[in-house]
Write a new protein. Sequence first.
Length: 180
Amino acid sequence: MPVKVSIQKLDSYDPGAVGEAMSALLEPLGGMESFLDAGAPILLKPNFLAPRGTGRAVTTHPEIIRETARRARAAGASRVLVSDSPGVGTAAQCAAKIGLVTGDLLEIVDAGEGEWVPSSDTGAWRLHLSSLMRRHPLLNLAKVKTHGQMTLTAAVKNTFGAVPGLEKAQWHYRMGRDPH
């Protein structure tokens, strides 16, 4: 049976340590190649809650984003986009605060306004989601941290960043009262 989950401890955000940990993490999953189509773009979805420095541990660390981008490019990604719809500010502001900038390796892109998407075949209800995140294959680079309403945020909670702008606050209010 193929491996579906891989966890790797990381004691330092030193680029060499991140590279070694990423190799160990991806090896049982079939490497970065198993997550993308060569020649196609890939979207990295970090946790950019707000423009805060790395010392605050609020966002996905930039070295994790850079190493993932390096591996995606080496595996044949035509472009590596980095985006989120932060609760405060923009993806570009969050990226700048942690020292991540658009360059040869990756491109910072704001998530945009979004589009209405039927959530079922019947179209009985709809979700408003980032058009950008719907158009590209997405690698979820969640930041493991605590959360006031949900106790722990993880990869599933990080996908909440596909909800545009302040709509997340409305969803937190409506759905976040009971963590179950």
